[in-house]
Design a protein around this ligand. Structure first.
Ligand SMILES: [Mn+2]
Length: 344
């Protein structure tokens, strides 16, 4: 019934690795999002249900709106518990690498991974996984989320009966957040067959939606108002939009981790806008770049060319180590270089 996104040979290789080993660590990318945390916890819980030792290690903390996830308290965060994180990585026989395509996406945790002799297995939906680093790659850019791939792994290795409510909730959260609540990257029929199975396992999708999206702080709501009223610049003729927030502005609004999540998507609601860029000055002189697009506009190639980053076609990011003025200049230059793609 389900399209096979992962070839049978890779699935069998993964089965053998799971059968033959006992100590697993699951890692996901820096600034973990709903898919990174949801897919990792689902994998950890599944492995534990098989009697394995399994832990999740993340490079840094995840946002508040994910703390309700089953066993979220078990996550070991490298930034605040480096010693414990390194112990687990060093003791692991297998490291499952979820929702990222290169150890460079892990920050300093990547170094500890590189020095570990454990087998590294990729389960991911980003394009262009780093060749040579992973001993086995389950890479499927067609998947809506890594959580979808974790569902497929569990379904194919153990059947749908292995799906506990906790695992199902974690998977649903990853699928929902990575598709903007099934608003993009979600046109494949089998996504909804999976959702149906998750609901059959007891998932309350309406409740998960509220937990994740109706969870804003006052500062976030005020910040959204400020951004839309004062800071969103629309380039009508280019079908593009830009939002900038300086370090001082972030301080003024007492912005917490997660408060700026999704702001980059808002200009896409304007009729005609195909490309949106959000420049956030995390620290003076360090600017985080978020890019979003609709349709065929390739954010990832623009991100790679101008912002030293990458990602998906419709959602990418990068960094600028310079002033905000310089970052805006770069954006304008990039936008003009892509005039044809933006306006045709
Ligand atoms: Mn993802």
């Amino acid at each position: 019934m389900l399209e096979w996104l992962i070839p049978q040979a890779q699935m069998e290789a993964l089965r053998a690795v799971i059968d033959e080993n006992d100590k697993f660590v699951v890692v996901a990318h820096k600034n973990p999002d709903g898919d990174a945390v949801g897919s990792s916890l689902a994998m950890m819980l599944y492995l534990r249900s098989l009697g394995k030792t399994a832990d999740v290690v993340l490079p840094n903390a995840f946002p508040d709106f994910l703390t309700w996830l089953p066993s979220a308290d078990d996550v070991v965060v490298y930034e605040t518990a480096a010693e414990r994180a390194c112990e687990l990585v060093a003791a692991a026989q297998v490291i499952l690498c979820l929702d990222f395509n290169s150890p460079s996406r892990l920050g300093p945790l990547g170094e500890s991974l590189c020095s570990s002799s454990a087998q590294k297995i990729l389960i991911d939906h980003h394009l262009y996984p780093e060749e040579g680093f992973f001993s086995l790659m389950l890479s499927a850019p067609e998947a809506c989320s890594t959580a979808e791939l974790v569902y497929r792994v569990i379904y194919r290795l153990s059947s749908v009966q292995a799906l506990s409510l906790d695992v199902a909730q974690a998977i649903y959260t990853g699928m929902m957040t990575d598709t903007g609540s099934f608003a993009y990257a979600s046109n494949r029929k089998d996504i909804y067959l999976i959702v149906a199975e998750l609901i059959a396992a007891g998932v309350d999708k309406d409740l998960i939606y509220r937990r994740v999206f109706y969870n804003a702080s006052t500062s976030r709501l005020r910040l959204m108002g400020y951004v839309l009223y004062k800071k969103m610049k629309i380039y009508s003729r280019m079908n593009a939009a830009l939002i900038t927030l300086s370090y001082d502005e972030l301080m003024h609004f007492k912005v917490q981790k997660g408060d700026t999540e999704g702001l980059v998507n808002m200009p896409l609601q304007k009729k005609g806008v195909r490309f949106s860029c959000f420049l956030r000055e995390e620290l003076p002189g360090k600017i985080n770049v978020s890019l979003r697009s609709v349709g065929d506009f390739p954010c990832n190639t623009l991100a790679a060319e101008y912002f030293g980053g990458g990602g998906h076609k419709n959602a990418s990011g990068g960094e600028v180590h310079d002033t905000m003025e310089a970052a805006v200049e770069k954006f304008v230059k990039a936008m003009n270089a892509y005039r044809k793609e933006l306006t045709e």
